[in-house]
Design a protein around this ligand. Structure first.
Ligand SMILES: Cc1cc2nc3c(=O)[nH]c(=O)nc-3n(C[C@H](O)[C@H](O)[C@H](O)COP(=O)(O)O)c2cc1C
Length: 250
């Protein structure tokens, strides 16, 4: 490893002499808000669906990164299933002095769930093109900006043109304070690991529904954060997942 990478790794290591999370250091100050909510118009997503799709092992076997999409729309129910199984609230438990602390579909360090999901929608039945934010508490989409962002999302991801053809690009951001509050310097590692879990859930759910998918980690940080109106420090984009209708059956 190069020195500067090693430096970060060493500075964030746990050793027997140094833990960032101890009963003494843990939970510095009041807990940051566990939800981000925009005060905008919302679209309720259907949730009364029965489990369906491939067996988990079939989905794992079939998953490949696919970058060609047919241009047919996906349904609102498919979008809803993708969001619920990636970042939805699947249970609650008593924790952090809350009676009903939310637990989500993907595992998260300390259950603090720093990952927010911003779907950039291009081709979903009944939904206008635009940038949205997923509200897991209400299982709803918050409407941020309605416009054709197909070119924009490809541009901020280093001109990866296939993103302009995807039905939805799910942009995953990290709200750093949620994890930092408990894990201090170790948090920078954890938010990326958390994003990986959300992304893999999203991809396996997509495959399970017969949809094509690809993770995208190459993006211009400043430009994508600006597009989402994030400051790039307290909240920043960590990964994207494109989902589209495949050209041929998976
Ligand atoms: C963190 C991460 C970042 C990635 N970034 C990109 C990307 O920017 N563009 C792209 O086309 N594929 C990207 N990929 C997909 C990989 O290229 C792909 O997973 C890899 O080639 C293995 O192929 P498979 O997914 O079909 O198994 C990324 C995957 C991961 C996990």
């Amino acid at each position: 490893m190069r020195e500067e990478d090693l430096d970060f790794h060493k500075r964030t290591e746990y050793t027997r002499q140094r833990l960032f999370f101890t009963p003494r250091t843990a939970q510095r100050g009041p807990m940051p808000p566990i939800y981000k909510e925009y005060n905008v118009e919302k679209i309720k997503l259907p949730k009364d669906f029965e489990p369906k799709g491939l067996l988990l092992e079939e989905a794992i076997q079939k998953r490949r990164s696919i970058r060609d999409y047919s241009g047919e729309p996906i349904s609102l129910e498919e979008l809803s299933r993708l969001l619920y199984h990636a970042g939805g609230i699947t249970a609650t438990e008593q924790a952090y002095s809350m009676k009903e602390f939310p637990l989500k579909a993907a595992p998260s360090a300390g259950a603090l769930n720093p990952i927010e999901i911003y779907p950039v929608i291009s081709l979903v039945e009944g939904i206008e093109m635009g940038l949205y934010h997923y509200n897991p508490k209400e299982h709803a989409l918050e409407i941020l900006k309605q416009s054709d962002f197909r070119k924009k999302i490809a541009e901020v991801c280093l001109d990866q043109e296939f993103l302009a053809e995807a039905n939805v690009v799910f942009v995953l951001s990290a709200v750093y304070a949620r994890t930092k509050w408990k894990y201090g310097q170790r948090a920078y590692r954890y938010v990326h690991l958390d994003a990986g879990h959300v992304a893999e859930n999203l991809q396996l759910e997509a495959v399970s529904l017969g949809l094509a998918t690809c993770a995208v980690g190459a993006f211009l940080d400043d430009e994508i954060n600006k597009f989402l109106e994030l400051d790039g420090e307290d909240e920043f984009v960590v990964l994207n997942v494109a989902v589209g209708k495949p050209m041929k059956q998976l």
